[in-house]
Ligand binder design. Structure first.
Ligand code: SAH
Ligand code: MG
Length: 214
């Protein structure tokens, strides 16, 4: 999309409020990488969670809590997010930001590598799973999402276009291989109806179909 169109959408639909701006600023001051979702992706997450009537959400990759705050705001009062984060520093920072945003009671940040923490969730059911941790593991995270989502639930992934680098078939960076394989699964796995939407850095969305046990 052209920059003009992106700016039009961002200005109209996703002005950052003081809380989110403060979280982004605090993360920059703390030296965290500036890789939180952009505001329009945050807005898109809210639209998706509302459309799915989501109450239980699983996030992979908390960073400073920006996307978790966006998602928590789209949940009903009894809604809950479990967010997995490998860096104890990021997790501690995020907990403070969630407190400041008034949503700490809705978000449970768990510290550890996602693939180590996911088995403990094996018996649970989620309405939506947001994949935004390391990209090389995206195909494995897709498989976990299929295990954990209810039918009609949403698998959502950020950075599925990686600034256009997915198009460069000669780029064999493990992150890109992971993203390409995730996108291929999203496009072809019969259990989901999926699409990559070119907002932010590319957001992949798939709706789990059918009522068969998975
Ligand atoms: N969702 C956040 C951004 C996440 S950035 C937002 O939009 O606000 C990616 C995060 O994933 C980083 O904080 C990084 O530490 C974390 N991460 C990387 N590898 C991980 C892994 N294997 N398990 C869990 N978290 C991981
Ligand atoms: Mg991201």
């Amino acid at each position: 999309m052209s920059d003009d169109i992106t700016a039009y959408i961002a200005e109209l639909f996703s002005p950052e409020d003081d809380v989110l701006r403060a979280v982004r600023d605090a993360a920059a001051r703390a030296g965290m990488p500036p890789i939180a979702v952009v505001p329009e992706t945050g807005r898109f997450l809210q639209v998706l969670l509302r459309a799915a009537g989501a109450r239980r959400v699983l996030e992979l990759g908390t960073l400073g809590g920006y996307s978790a705050i966006c998602m928590a705001r789209a949940l009903p009062a009894d809604g809950r997010i479990i967010s997995l984060e490998v860096s104890p520093e990021h997790a501690a920072f995020a907990r403070r930001q969630l407190e400041r945003a008034g949503v700490a009671d809705r978000v449970d940040v768990r510290t550890g590598a996602a693939l180590d923490l996911l088995p403990a969730l094996a018996g649970e059911r989620f309405d939506a799973v947001f994949l935004d941790a390391d990209k090389a593991s995206l195909p494995a995270y897709f498989d976990w999402a299929m295990r954990l989502l209810r039918s009609g639930g949403l698998v959502i992934a950020d950075n599925t276009l990686r600034g256009g680098r997915v198009l460069d078939a000669d780029d064999h960076d493990p992150d890109l291989l992971g993203i390409r394989e995730f996108n291929r699964k999203l496009a072809t796995d019969p259990r989901v109806t999926g699409l990559v939407v070119p907002i932010g850095d590319g957001v992949g969305v798939g709706v789990v179909s059918g009522s068969d046990p998975r």
